[in-house]
Design a protein around this ligand. Structure first.
Ligand code: LLP
Length: 426
């Protein structure tokens, strides 16, 4: 969050005051820091520099065209999961040949579109998907580049809804089946066995599960390289970020108990590079959250403050439809006022206006007192924030702003009610 912080007691995104942006663009408002995206991209790329690697940013984390363009300019390539995401990459000036196409249910139309555009590789989820890709490639008279997603059966120790690498999950092909599938696929002339892929989950805060998965994969990857000349090993995304800075500063007792520092690109690289170097292959990484989470905030305005017998409710104009993570995963997002406060903290529930009790951003959290009209920022909202937003309760989607230095650009207009109703007929 280096570029989103208080300067002279006022919350700033790089060189621009949050309050000024809200004056101009209204609230709720997503604001992103371009420099933070760039710094995160560079630090990861730097840490992985001892091996030939490519960073395929997971577009699902934050797919705003300006965010994609900022990362593409740094040399980022892309992990996409739909024809829609591929279209975004192309509109942002990226190239299909720099994209891997993952996802557990690609339609024939999506496969055909990606093949015609010249995708770098499909990340294939089953043997039957391989057969469909082969048929479509035959029809188009091309060779389809493919890599199988292997489920290594490693527990990432993360939230159940975002763990993907165990046999309980719908993702990938069981490790034990992989050799047979490559052997059969090698006999299909319209398939080009280009790589192999794993992704064990998201918001993983320790290096160990990554290390375990990579170590388990090494002999298999080496074998497939020798036998089928595959050129890349995609180790997926999942690097966790710090959502609660109290943890980072070591203040929280939970973190002290762990006696471990938060996961950094350097720690991640230190654990994985000794294994990856041996392969002498191109290593692909698919980070989403690591690049964008702490590059963005969601700003909301206080609509009302309500005192109950046991607590205080702060009702803001952002809701679960704008930022789903707290209601969906009970995820922690730090909440801070736009003016630094030293007032005594009060136990507070910050809630949105949606008609569900789950529309709650935090419960019983000690926060500085705020009043109607004040602004608060929900921090670390740059990943899986806007991309998971919706129109529940007929609430228009917020605007998005990208700040670079002292310049701010509206990179997505606020949705109007007319926009929202445009596709409907009475
Ligand atoms: N690669 C694949 C195949 C994925 O499925 C994902 C995320 C990524 C890469 C990027 O993972 P990351 O580096 O961002 O952890 N909505 C949830 C997260 C869902 C992640 C889905 N897949 C959340 O808000 O926590």
């Amino acid at each position: 969050m280096h570029h989103i912080q208080y300067q002279k007691n006022e919350l700033m995104v790089e060189g621009v005051a949050v309050a000024d942006l809200v004056k101009r663009h209204g609230s709720p408002l997503y604001i992103y820091s371009a420099q933070t995206l760039i710094d995160h991209y560079q630090s990861l790329s730097q840490s992985m520099s001892p091996v030939d690697h490519r960073i395929h940013y997971a577009v699902k984390a934050n797919s705003n065209l300006a965010v994609l363009k900022t990362l593409a300019k740094q040399g980022s390539q892309f992990d996409i999961v739909s024809a829609g995401e591929l279209t975004r990459v192309l509109r942002a000036g990226g190239k299909a040949e720099h994209c891997t196409f993952a996802g557990v249910g690609k339609t024939d139309a999506e496969i055909e579109f990606a093949l015609k555009e010249g995708i770098y590789s499909f990340i294939v989820e089953s043997e039957s998907e391989l057969s469909r890709i082969d048929l479509i490639a035959k029809k188009l008279k091309v060779q389809a580049p493919v890599a199988l997603r292997v489920n290594p059966n490693v527990d990432a120790g993360t939230h159940a809804k975002i763990t993907t690498g165990t046999y309980d999950n719908k993702f990938g092909v069981n490790y034990e089946f992989v050799r047979g599938i490559y052997e059969r696929a090698a006999r299909k002339p319209n398939l080009w066995l280009r790589g192999i892929h794993i992704h064990i989950g998201s918001q993983i805060t320790k290096a160990k599960p990554f290390q375990e998965a990579v170590r388990k994969m090494l002999p298999l990857v080496q074998e497939l390289k020798d036998q089928f000349h595959i050129e890349f090993f995609d180790i997926g995304g999942g690097i966790g970020v710090v959502y609660d800075p109290a943890l980072e500063s070591g203040k929280a007792s939970w973190w002290k108990k762990q006696k471990k520092p938060p996961l950094t690109p350097q720690l991640y690289a230190d654990k994985l590079l000794p294994h990856l170097k041996k392969l002498k292959m191109t290593i692909l990484l698919e980070p989403g959250r690591f690049l964008s989470a702490n590059a963005g905030i969601l700003v909301a305005q206080v609509i009302d403050v309500k005192e109950a017998l046991s607590k205080r409710f702060v009702i803001v104009d952002a809701a679960m439809n704008d930022l789903a993570r707290p209601s969906m995963y009970e995820a922690y997002h730090e909440i801070i006022p736009f003016k630094k406060s030293r007032a005594q903290l009060v136990s507070t529930d910050v809630v949105g206006p949606v008609c569900e009790s789950g529309d709650t951003f935090c419960k019983n959290r000690p926060l500085p007192p705020v009043q109607q009209g004040d602004l608060v920022a929900l921090m670390s909202a740059g990943a899986y924030g806007f991309t998971m937003a919706g129109n529940y309760n007929t609430r228009p989607m917020p605007a998005e702003i990208l700040v670079k230095g002292t310049k701010a650009r509206c990179v997505r207009k606020r949705q109007s009610l007319d926009d929202l109703l445009e596709l409907e007929t009475a």
